[in-house]
Design a protein around this ligand. Structure first.
Ligand SMILES: Nc1ncnc2c1ncn2[C@@H]1O[C@H](COP(=O)(O)OP(=O)(O)OP(=O)(O)O)[C@@H](O)[C@H]1O
Ligand SMILES: [Mg+2]
Length: 356
């Protein structure tokens, strides 16, 4: 459990030092005061990236040279570890004062699941947002996925550059294909497995909440079942790819569909239905992450998403987030309806980067 948070020149915070005494914490304040920024800092310590931007430079307080974040994490026996990330000129990562050179040894010590109003974009936006969701989710729980994805993207980048620059050395282009096939299949197999799992979890939730049924359909691309198929597909696509100057198929083009009540949600769903399914998707993610890590060090970051839920869904949602070892909520106004989880929370009021 996170027991202390310190921020230095992070977003709109000069210096912030908070003791976190309970498993449920609420950050309350008006728009633009810095609630989401704190959740972002916690997520950052989990993944060394933001859930809002791919540009780390945006995270430092404007006008400063860099930021740092420190978390104290206490385990069940109250044994404490200090995690520090410094992004002032160079990145330095430390655990208990000891320099950590590899990001992989630093990340995922806490596992975060973010609930945000932006989650609806997973349904409504282009396929890149859906792949990003899968990549982050699966990287969090499956180290082999994370490793395959990294290797795949390195090979893809080089092969795409060869295609783009109209490289005449076909054997060089070909030399990257076995690794793409091997890693591509690992990535797709995980995606298929977990999309089925998410689909099942969501169906069960919707049945319990008495809503219509949903299935997630993964559009597995042709010729991507076995390494031989995949290599064969390269043989048939390569000339086209050389003309176009980029890859024509593969994990980087994957997509999946949400079918709600027999219709594709993206085209036919109402705003409320899309919001409900996006929430269910994240709740399903939460369930799987919790099962996968026996609930330990799972942190739910809940960014003002409960506002428009009906009572039944809201109660269901609080129960799901209760599985996490720790929860951080943001609210512009604390909900009036009494709720066991919120009743036991520590509340911080945030006013323009100052926390009381
Ligand atoms: N790099 C930065 N340097 C300084 N201030 C920043 C930086 N990035 C964001 N801000 C400021 O942080 C504030 C937004 O913080 P945040 O997104 O946490 O607000 P919030 O409390 O979650 O608001 P809302 O209720 O609208 O979601 C804005 O005032 C913005 O100008
Ligand atoms: Mg916010």
């Amino acid at each position: 459990m996170i027991s202390k948070i310190k921020l230095n020149n992070f977003r709109n915070y000069n210096q912030l030092s908070l003791d976190i005494p309970s498993p449920t914490t609420i950050f309350c304040g008006g728009n633009g005061n810095g609630k989401t920024n704190i959740l972002e800092s916690l997520y950052f310590m989990s993944m060394l990236r933001s859930f809002r931007t791919s540009k780390i430079a945006e995270l430092k307080k404007i006008g400063t040279t860099g930021f740092s974040i420190m978390l104290e994490i206490a385990n069940k026996n109250n044994w404490k570890s200090i995690f520090e990330a410094n992004y002032i000129e160079n990145r330095t990562l430390k655990i208990d004062g000891k320099l950590i050179s590899k990001a992989s040894e630093f990340i995922k010590k806490i596992k975060t699941v973010v609930f945000s109003p932006e989650d609806i974009r997973i349904i409504s936006d282009s396929s890149g947002v859906r792949r990003r969701f899968l990549n982050i989710f699966l990287s969090m729980i499956e180290p082999a996925y994370f490793a395959a994805l990294k290797d795949y993207h390195i090979a893809l980048k080089i092969r795409n550059k060869l295609l783009r620059t109209r490289c005449q050395d076909i054997s060089l282009i070909k030399s990257y294909e076995p690794i793409l096939a091997e890693k591509g299949i690992i990535i797709m197999n995980y995606r298929e497995e977990y999309l089925n799992l998410l689909s099942k979890e969501i169906s069960e939730m919707l049945a319990e909440l008495k809503y219509s049924n949903l299935s997630i359909v993964y559009k597995r691309q042709n010729g991507t079942r076995t390494i031989d198929d995949y290599l064969h597909r390269f043989e048939t696509e390569r000339e086209k790819e050389r003309e176009k100057g980029f890859s024509n198929f593969g994990a980087q083009l994957d997509d999946f569909n949400f079918i709600y009540n027999n219709l594709p949600l993206r085209q036919f769903g109402s705003m409320g239905q899309c919001r409900l399914i996006a929430l269910c998707l994240k709740m399903a993610e939460m369930n799987i992450v919790c099962k996968n890590s026996s609930n330990t060090n799972v942190i739910a970051l809940i960014d003002d998403v409960t506002g428009e839920l009906d009572e039944r869904t809201e109660a269901f949602f609080y129960n799901i987030t209760n599985q996490a070892e720790q929860r951080f909520f943001t609210f512009t106004q604390i909900p009036k309806a009494s709720n066991n989880i919120l009743d036991e929370a520590t509340i911080f009021n945030i006013n323009n980067g100052i926390v009381e």
